[in-house]
Design a protein around this ligand. Structure first.
Ligand code: SF4
Length: 341
């Protein structure tokens, strides 16, 4: 999906002298994506192809195709994985039923769920055990939301925006907590929370932000670009929630147009008409090589002045999933079932 609004003049924006690109920092791969992709690569290295991956390991077409070429087989359902095989679970997390299905099929499971998604799962379990009604703000049908809801299906109700907030029902208004998907728009989520608070004044907030550091940082950075760029290009796939939210954030912050593209091939030259400043960034699942491609494309069209706009430093890293760490320690045996939890 491409999102755009019709071009309009920005009243406060002085015209810059030359064509230029503002490059967001931070942008691109986050710690959770880095870990998930490394998990598939390491599994292929340790056990050889094929390694099955349940759902796209991260929501990026290029990443998925690259791993397929190396021997990964992507499936949507656990039952598609042959019994006894190795399966990597994607960064978005899964419901406990998926772990049970995998155990039933005697699969050697490597869980690449991002630790920041696992944190939300743990919060859901804790509040469910305390008999709270949990209002999970998120997008219906998103893999992460399906996984989190699966932790406590009788206690969690999905709230997909302020309209849902107006209609949601709870058992006891004094015992309600909200949690959220990790990759939402910060501003929209707070609108939904405000709507919920109007209905449930005792609504409890999560102990710390559920929207992850990478999502927040990329939204702040793209908003900064949008103050000066007429056109913002976000590199990312259409099914990437955080990338979609970055396009919306750019438009909301004043960019005349904003587009989501998988790679340079998807850019339309017509977008550049009357544009002197292009903002360029990428979603948390988009590899830097694709940003390089877009940059090269822009430089060829005269946008050779490239300026980095830095809004935060990131130093978060996550270690590989425990099943891989364990097997790396027990090399050279490399018995895949040794990694099964
Ligand atoms: Fe984890 Fe956030 Fe990256 Fe998702 S976007 S993988 S929650 S760090």
């Amino acid at each position: 999906m491409t999102t755009a609004t019709p071009p309009q003049a920005h009243p406060a924006r002085p015209a810059p002298a030359a064509k230029r690109v503002l490059l967001a920092s931070p942008r691109g791969w986050c710690a959770g994506v880095d870990r998930a992709v490394a998990a598939v690569e390491k599994a292929l290295e340790l056990y050889g192809a094929p390694v099955y991956v349940r759902h796209e390991i991260v929501h990026n077409k290029y990443v998925v195709q690259t791993l397929e070429r190396k021997g990964a087989i992507f499936v949507e359902q656990t039952e598609e994985v042959p019994e006894g095989s190795i399966v990597v679970l994607s960064a978005h997390g899964v419901a406990p039923t998926v772990h049970a299905e995998a155990a039933e099929r005697k699969l050697a499971t490597i869980d690449a769920t991002c630790p920041l998604v696992t944190k939300v799962h743990k919060e859901a379990i804790r509040y469910a055990n305390q008999d709270y009604d949990i209002l999970l703000i998120g997008h219906e049908g998103h893999e992460e939301v399906i996984g989190t809801c699966g932790e406590a299906p009788d206690r969690i109700t999905l709230v997909d925006g302020p309209v849902d907030a107006a209609n949601v029902e709870v058992r006891d208004e004094s015992k309600v907590v909200w949690l959220s998907q990790t990759t939402l728009s910060v501003d929209e989520t707070m609108e939904t929370v405000d709507a919920l608070k109007t209905r449930f004044p005792n609504l409890l907030s999560p102990p710390s932000d559920d929207i992850c550091y990478a999502t927040q940082n990329r939204q702040i950075a793209v908003k900064k670009l949008a103050e000066d760029a007429q056109l913002v290009i976000v590199v990312g796939s259409r099914n990437s929630s955080n990338s979609q939210r970055m396009v919306e954030a750019a438009l909301g912050a004043g960019a005349d147009t904003a587009y989501l593209v998988d790679c340079a091939d998807e850019i339309d030259e017509a977008w550049l008409q009357d544009v002197t400043t292009v903002g360029l960034t990428s979603g948390a699942s988009a590899p830097e090589v694709l940003v390089d491609g877009v940059l090269e494309w822009l430089v060829k069209r005269g946008y050779s002045d490239v300026e980095t706009v830095k809004t935060a430093d990131e130093s978060v890293t996550f270690s590989l999933p425990k099943e891989l760490r364990r097997n790396l320690r027990t090399q050279p045996g490399n018995d895949p079932t040794a990694g099964q939890p």
